[in-house]
Each structure stands twice: as structure tokens, then as C-alpha cells.
Design a protein around this ligand. Structure first.
Ligand code: 5CA
Length: 159
């Protein structure tokens, strides 16, 4: 029998099931904390890793989620324009308090509150991608189309 998932990874597995997705969270012995490590651990291109980056909308004090290809750097002015208010960095405690997950394991779904989400259009070129699943060792594989459906996010050119 498979080893049980850690509590945070199980929360992501449960969230996926609740959203109606039959996708499998896996916990790996190797670190998946960074996009590069995750790509090495699962054996895919770094571009196929879904980075779930939390920013802070400064006027409304809301967390904003940007899901980006592992090779891309987010142009914050693109997101500022989308949300119509200034954007700041989220520090580790803001990320943990508002999403329920630690940096390095933030998943695209299953957060404490629902987050306004923007999706990097560059992810759409891949047939399969991999996202973090609640811990720096947990990931799941999905299609970019399912990433859009499960997050309700808006596709944007984030670079
Ligand atoms: N598990 C991997 C791949 S799925 C992962 O979560 N990668 S990530 O890129 O989405 O998460 C790491 C990101 O957290 C970094 O790219 C960086 O934007 C952010 N980060 C890392 N350290 C800090 C920090 N001290 N404060 C705020 N954000 C940070």
C-alpha cells in the first residue's frame, strides 16, 4: 500500500477531489521546493513546472495568485494593470496565513480562501505540467486545460 500523504499534501488531494479532478498527489523523497528541483525530481522540463506565486494587492490587502511556467519571471506591472491596484511582495508569513501553505509547497488550489488567479499563457504549449501540492516534496501532474478549469484563473501574458 502507498504511504499516506502528509497532512498538507492530503488537503490538496482532498481539494482536487472536491473540485471533481481525478488527479494523484505524490510525495517524493527528493525536494521539489524550487522549479528546478521539481523538474529534476519528476523528470520534466523546467518550463513544465507550475510555479504558484503569491503577491499582495496592497489597497485591498488580498493575496493574488500567479501561476507561472518555471522558466518565466513575472512582470509585476502586468498583474498591477489586471487588478487595478498596486501590487507588493508577499512575505513568508503572509503566504502561510492567507493560503494555509508554506512557500515552496503552495499549490494552485486548496487555499484557505479563494484567490484571484492569473495563469501564464506559456504553460499552454505543454501537454502535461506539474504543480506543487502543499509541501516542498509534493506535486501532481495535470493538463494546462485542467489548471484553467480548477483555478478559474485568467490567461495572461505574464512576462
Ligand atoms: N514546489 C515548487 C515548484 S512546483 C515551488 O513551489 N516553486 S515556486 O516557484 O512556486 O515557489 C517558490 C517561490 O516562492 C519563489 O519563486 C519565490 O517567488 C517565492 N519565495 C521564495 N522565498 C521567498 C521569500 N522569502 N519571501 C517571499 N517569497 C519567496
Amino acid at each position: 500500500m502507498d504511504k499516506p500523504l502528509s497532512a498538507s499534501a492530503q488537503r490538496v488531494q482532498d481539494a482536487l477531489a472536491e473540485l471533481g479532478f481525478n488527479l494523484q498527489v505524490i510525495e517524493l523523497p527528493a525536494s521539489t521546493r524550487t522549479a528546478l528541483e521539481a523538474a529534476q525530481a519528476v523528470g520534466c522540463q523546467v518550463g513544465q513546472i507550475v510555479k504558484s506565486l503569491v503577491f499582495r494587492a496592497l489597497r485591498s490587502d488580498r493575496p493574488i495568485l500567479v501561476v507561472a511556467s518555471g522558466i518565466n519571471r513575472v512582470n509585476e506591472s502586468v498583474i498591477t494593470r489586471q487588478i487595478g491596484e498596486p501590487l507588493g511582495k508577499a512575505d513568508a508569513s503572509f503566504v502561510r496565513e492567507r493560503t494555509g501553505f508554506v512557500i515552496g509547497g503552495v499549490p494552485p488550489v486548496g487555499h484557505l480562501e479563494s484567490l484571484e488567479t492569473f495563469i501564464d499563457q506559456d504553460l499552454m504549449q505543454y501537454s502535461q505540467v506539474w504543480a506543487a501540492a502543499g509541501t516542498p516534496n509534493a506535486v501532481f501532474e495535470l493538463t494546462p486545460e485542467n489548471l484553467i478549469r480548477m483555478t478559474g484563473g485568467k490567461l495572461v501574458k505574464i512576462t
